[in-house]
Write a protein that binds this ligand. Structure first.
Ligand code: HEM
Length: 231
């Protein structure tokens, strides 16, 4: 009985373990890393799926197949939304905490050791967040799309990218995404404690290569429509 009481006292319930994780700096970094991985898998799959636009109606068929199992689709959407919410909230929280700790920037700030991507994570993150909201209004809900037709995904993409301003915004946003991923992927390894000196150069190169691949892959469709290769 005494042993059982002891066990109950030592192991906190799952909710309070999560709350404790959230309260600690290291815990929030770990939550950011795990949710970042979920979001990264989504963007990688999304980028590869988008390239089906170069095969014409394959993109429409793919979108149709996604809707065959609504429970699966809505579960994936729920996981994605939760991951995005935790990632954004933890990111903002850590940024605010860092600014409170050092409200005045160092006078002779030496950028050595940090990269442009690492210093602008909050801004590239907010750009991507703003982009996702616009993107959903454009392609999913059709509110800002010039000629939205439900279910005709390729058509909706082509009419959207017929506008130079939309293409400029999309390309700027995916460059921002590339910057965010470049540092984000690298720092994920650090937050999860997987990096060490021997692996560092390899991890940095892989992060840069994946970020570039995603940026180029995402920019391909809007640019191809704009330059008349697609549509
Ligand atoms: C720049 C090129 C991109 C193109 C051509 C594109 C295209 C599309 C299309 C066609 C859909 C609707 C699919 C459907 O209705 O079945 C969609 C949905 C979506 N896209 Fe993109 N996308 C791009 C970039 C991005 C990026 C960079 C992100 C995130 C950072 C993103 C996030 C989303 C999300 C969250 C959805 C909603 C998914 C859902 O319905 O559950 N997209 N995109």
């Amino acid at each position: 009985m005494a042993a059982a009481t002891k066990t109950l006292a030592v192991v906190p319930p799952r909710a309070s373990r999560l709350a404790a994780l959230w309260r600690s700096h290291v815990g929030r970094k770990a939550l950011m890393a795990v949710t970042g991985i979920v979001l990264f898998v989504f963007v990688l799959v999304h980028m590869l799926a988008n390239l089906q636009a170069f095969q014409g109606s394959a993109l429409d068929r793919y979108a149709e197949q996604l809707r065959v199992f609504p429970v699966l689709l809505w579960t994936a959407r729920g996981v994605l939304l939760l991951a995005a919410a935790v990632h954004v909230a933890a990111g903002l929280d850590l940024w605010v905490a860092r600014r409170k700790a050092r409200p005045v920037a160092y006078r002779d700030f030496d950028a050595e050791g940090s990269t442009a991507a690492s210093r602008t994570m909050i801004w590239s993150g907010l750009l991507v967040l703003g982009f996702v909201v616009y993107h959903l209004l454009d392609i999913t809900f059709g509110v800002v799309n010039p000629d939205f037709r439900p279910g005709e995904v390729l058509h909706n993409v082509v009419v959207s990218f017929g506008r130079v301003t939309a293409v400029v915004f999309y390309v700027a946003a995916v460059i921002g995404l590339g910057f965010h991923l470049w540092h984000g992927l690298w720092s994920t390894f650090q937050s999860l404690g997987v990096s060490n000196r021997a692996f560092t150069p390899g991890i940095q190169k892989t992060a840069a290569a994946l970020a570039t691949l995603l940026t180029v892959g995402f920019a391909a469709v809007p640019l191809a429509v704009l330059f008349g290769v697609l549509g």
